[in-house]
Design a protein around this ligand. Structure first.
Ligand code: FES
Ligand code: FES
Length: 158
């Protein structure tokens, strides 16, 4: 199969790559670009472990083709910290111990970032609704919700 040449922006950087027409964006990120933050839990759009933001929209990168990133803006978990300085969500996930195995964590962080960008002061119900597409088999979700509430408070005050 002939490759597809793609020019896109990932975490603010211009990126070019070649991929197969049927290759998912998740596979491109992980296997071609070394951005292994997004995880493959299911490969069918059900778990949210592969969540990224594509042109300000939260998507499952396992359901997007690498070729579809042409000319668009991709945000992954790797773009959240600034050097050594963690994003408030990352910091609060650590402080609240809102992770165990960590497989779901990058997806939750990106989904929570998207949620807070659109709703900086969410209720607990809105947080739970906003993160409903992300599954965690370890934490029981409460610590994740507390971490997002706490990060929202920090970000409001910033
Ligand atoms: S790996 Fe994409 S939703 Fe589960
Ligand atoms: S911390 Fe293990 S799946 Fe969420």
């Amino acid at each position: 199969m002939a490759g597809v040449a793609v020019s896109t922006t990932i975490n603010g950087d211009s990126v070019e790559y070649l991929c197969q027409p049927d290759e998912t964006l998740l596979d491109v990120l992980r296997d071609r670009l070394g951005l292994t933050g997004a995880k493959e839990g299911c490969g069918t759009g059900d778990c949210g472990a592969c969540s990224i933001i594509l042109d300000d929209r939260l998507v499952c990168s396992c359901l997007v083709l690498g070729a579809e990133a042409e000319g668009r803006r991709v945000e992954t978990v790797e773009g959240m910290a600034h050097g050594e300085k963690l994003h408030p969500l990352q910091q609060k996930f650590l402080e609240h111990a809102a992770l165990q195995c960590g497989i779901c964590t990058p997806g939750f962080l990106i989904a929570a970032k998207d949620l807070l960008a659109k709703n900086p002061d969410p209720t607990e119900e809105e947080i739970r609704f906003g993160l409903a597409g992300n599954l965690c088999r370890c934490t029981g979700y409460d610590k994740i919700v507390r971490a997002v509430q706490d990060a929202a408070n920090v970000m409001k005050g910033a």
